[in-house]
Design a protein around this ligand. Structure first.
Ligand code: ZN
Length: 302
């Protein structure tokens, strides 16, 4: 600790603060009553471990609380406590780093309400139906707000794993499968701050095995089983020619809407859309089997 550089966090240094948190050398002078309102442990200073020096450490008369947490996590959490309406922060725009910090510290120090809200917000960002999945992709393709970037996709999956949000995991894997190239799956992808977001070896294995399971599934194999031109086709020569350029997606994009079908006649277009919806829905329903250890005859029958 002797070599630790001590610095004050200027955003959270209140002159009337009555407690100083020392997160790995970054000091936050805040209010015990306000922090304690969110986590009981900070109401009762005696429950926070103090060094056995015989003299209580203090800064400008405030008790100093040594914490081994990442200071950025504390800055994020304090930002939520002091600057956000915590009852509605679940409606805030996608901000995974803040949510991750709140979850990490919330679990460690029992910031129970904030932890619950953050978990709720993480789950809200994970599509729960094929319709909301399509909305997410539509937002992404049209560069609308609130859509995860490539590094978000990796960070999101890591958060789902770290905080055991089991019900969302298969979709977390599907997001990585859809958003990332194989190279990015293995090597990670840079965040805005220059650090690299990486998947664990176990996640990479689950992702690659899941991709193979999708590729081998009867639902994926059924993609081309649609009669084009159909019996009611109004332009058979044109639709036949177009179907030579397969509109069917690859395994990594099995859940993406089919592209380039607007050039077919209305009847064939409807046929393709209905067929695509049926089998994409089946693949969606089988995600827990593709990206989990469970087996499903329905998912894998060939
Ligand atoms: Zn047609």
């Amino acid at each position: 600790m002797a070599a630790t550089i001590i610095r004050r966090n200027t955003n959270f240094w209140f002159d009337d603060g009555n407690i100083v948190l020392n997160a790995q050398g970054t000091l936050f002078r805040v209010h015990r009553g306000i922090i304690g309102r969110h986590a009981q442990v900070f109401k009762d200073m005696t429950s926070i471990p103090q060094p056995q020096t015989g003299q209580e450490p203090s800064v400008e008369g405030c008790p100093l609380v040594p914490l081994d947490d990442d200071p950025e996590d504390w800055e994020h959490l304090l930002n939520v406590i002091y600057d956000c309406n915590t009852s509605s922060f679940s409606k805030d725009t996608w901000n995974l780093p803040v949510l991750t910090s709140v979850l990490r510290l919330g679990r460690k120090y029992a910031f129970d309400h904030l932890y619950g809200e953050a978990l709720k917000r993480v789950k809200l960002g994970v599509p729960s139906t094929l319709e909301t999945w399509d909305e997410m992709l539509d937002n992404l393709y049209n560069a609308k707000a609130d859509t995860p970037s490539k590094d978000d996709a990796i960070d999101l999956l890591n958060v789902l794993l770290e905080f055991d949000v089991g019900s969302c995991l298969p979709v977390g894997y599907a997001i990585c499968l859809t958003f990332l190239t194989v190279e990015e799956v293995f090597r990670g992808t840079p965040r805005q701050d220059g650090s690299i977001a990486r998947l664990s070896a176990a996640s990479i294995e689950t992702l690659i095995v899941g991709r193979e399971k999708i590729f081998e599934s009867k639902h994926f194999k059924a993609f081309p089983d649609v009669l084009i031109p159909g019996e009611d086709c109004s332009f058979p020569a044109g639709c036949r020619r177009r179907s030579d350029c397969s509109p069917y997606p690859k395994a990594h994009s099995a859940l993406e809407p089919w592209e380039d079908i607007e050039w077919y006649c209305d009847q064939c277009k409807k046929r393709l859309i209905d067929h695509s919806r049926l089998h994409r829905q089946a693949i969606w329903s089988c995600l827990p089997f593709y990206f989990g250890s469970e087996q499903s005859n329905d998912a894998m029958d060939r």
